[in-house]
Ligand binder design. Structure first.
Ligand SMILES: Cc1cc2nc3c(=O)[nH]c(=O)nc-3n(C[C@H](O)[C@H](O)[C@H](O)COP(=O)(O)OP(=O)(O)OC[C@H]3O[C@@H](n4cnc5c(N)ncnc54)[C@H](O)[C@@H]3O)c2cc1C
Length: 462
């Protein structure tokens, strides 16, 4: 059971559970406002947080989505933030590639980035290697991270700002009657208090819930958010001999072909002291290991002598859930379904959606004096998110449909990736998260080059 909240700050989530409960419950009428006009100006003072009867928000899941939501909430003195995470040292199965804009936007220190990738090789079904990255400026790169490091950093930051870490598995969420001011009851197995080796079952009443608990989200189930189709992604972390690792110093590889995935790509991504070798598929999930063998075979020479240090697999959502906001519950990150097609990118979108959702609650609650509504969440979080990133999802969905469906199309895709204009547009879109159209004349030329490549692809495909 979480105990009474004090003004003590937790220095690190790894030290254990925070303090809660016993805070006066009550309606929102007459609740004291800590006057918190915007997230930017709303700096938390722990003492003020203790004095104010706060809006209680539970964030379920301490990955990038949950940590960034909790950080935004914790900056507001009128909000009490509880960050539930079942495994504080979780190493999420992930390629760990992040775009450059995330480093600045989320103020990530250099030590979070294991490697700066400035060169890529696209490897076609026939084995043609197309170098990508020549249009990058000297200061531009793709950041490679280990998730256990990135997630812990983001979580610790939220905790330092005042979020209460709760090391626990959330088991159930009881909902109040819809449209009322009633509380949500979070039931969880508290791993800081074990009974017969199991987490003691505890409960916490809150006013709002952010579901940041990933692809198998219990929060999504609780609010009947609806299902999404998903890919299974499989990855092996392989420690390479020094000379082989040198090859991947600042280089990542993407492989396409029916042998490595019928509808996605396979990768070799460099990490701190190893490479992540993996693949994914939606349409042939039961045979994922066959495709993993495919990428191992294709990269065999480059990873020879390597030792597998970890094998991991996890679902990747294919599209957003039918309902991402229900009453005073909002889903963010993978729980909402924010991974792009074609690239399978989700870390940035998780962090960004978590932050946008947290800031929306801060804006709507007026320093804790007002209980935000479903409409607030729709207008301040969901619509702005869809407006900002909808085009990116749409374009990448098209690209996947056009280029990942046959080996002939994949050959064409690789050929196009060699084009300077394509590289510039692709990298600008990926690194800075904008769908860019640089030059309409070049766009028309590109259309013709695409048709030509598709025709040649038929001849080249194995
Ligand atoms: C193999 C693979 C490779 C990938 N490669 C990349 C890549 O290179 N780049 C990229 O951008 N994206 C990649 N992705 C996608 C990326 O991993 C996700 O989009 C991202 O992790 C989503 O973050 P999140 O915070 O929403 O969810 P998660 O990272 O899944 O975090 C959810 C957190 O919630 C916790 N949790 C879950 N249930 C509960 C519960 N009931 N109670 C308490 N805690 C709970 C979990 O322990 C976890 O820490 C990859 C995915 C896979 C599977």
């Amino acid at each position: 059971m979480v105990s009474e909240k004090r003004c003590t700050r937790m220095p690190s989530v790894h030290l254990g559970v925070g303090f809660v409960a016993g805070v006066p419950r009550g309606s929102f009428v007459g609740r004291r406002s800590a006057a918190c006009p915007s997230p930017a100006t709303c700096q938390r003072s722990p003492r003020a947080a203790w004095l104010v009867a706060a809006l209680r928000v539970a964030v379920v899941g301490g990955g990038p989505a949950g940590a960034c939501a909790a950080e935004a909430l914790a900056k507001c003195p009128g909000i009490e933030t509880y960050l539930f995470e079942r495994k504080m040292d979780n190493a999420k199965p992930c390629g760990g590639a992040i775009p450059l804009c995330m480093v600045d936007e989320f103020r990530l220190p250099p030590e979070i980035i294991d490697r700066k990738v400035r060169r890529m090789l696209m490897v076609s079904p026939s084995g043609r290697e197309v170098p990508v990255g020549k249009t990058l400026k000297p200061n531009e790169y793709i950041g490679m991270t280990r998730r256990e490091i990135l997630d812990a950093y983001l979580r610790d930051r939220a905790v330092e700002l005042g979020a209460q870490p709760v090391h626990a598995l959330v088991q159930d969420i009881q909902l109040p009657q819809r449209g009322t001011d009633g509380k949500y009851v979070i039931q969880y197995a508290d791993y800081e208090q074990t009974v017969a080796g199991k987490g003691a079952v505890s409960r916490l009443e809150v006013d709002m819930v952010i579901g940041a608990d990933g692809a198998n989200s219990r929060v999504a189930k609780a609010i009947d958010a609806g299902d999404y189709n998903f890919a299974i992604a499989f990855q092996e972390r392989i420690k390479l001999p020094e000379d082989k690792m040198r090859f991947y110093e600042d280089l990542a590889e993407m492989y396409v072909g029916d042998d490595v995935s019928p509808d996605f790509y396979a990768w070799v991504f460099p990490k701190y002291d190893h490479v992540g070798v993996g693949t994914g598929t939606v349409i042939d999930r039961p045979h994922i290991k066959k495709y993993q063998q495919g990428i191992r075979d294709r990269a065999a020479e480059k990873i020879r002598g390597g030792r597998v240090i970890k094998v991991e697999a996890h679902p990747i959502p294919e599209h957003p859930r039918p309902r991402r906001v229900v009453d005073r519950v909002a889903l963010v990150g993978d729980a909402a379904g924010y991974v792009t097609k074609c690239s399978g990118e989700g870390i940035y979108f998780a962090a960004k959606s978590g932050r946008m959702c947290g800031e929306a609650i801060v804006r709507a609650c007026q320093g804790g004096a007002r209980l935000p509504t479903e409409r607030d969440l729709m207008e301040l979080y969901l619509r702005p998110y869809d407006r900002q990133y909808g085009p990116t999802y749409t374009v990448l969905d098209w690209l996947q449909k056009i280029f990942y469906t046959s080996d002939a199309a994949r050959e064409a895709f690789c050929e196009l990736c060699g084009d300077d204009y394509v590289q510039k547009v692709t990298f600008d879109s990926y690194l800075y998260k904008t769908v860019t159209t640089v030059n309409p004349v070049e766009d028309v030329k590109l259309l013709f080059r695409t048709v030509g490549s598709l025709m040649r692809g038929n001849a080249l495909a194995p």
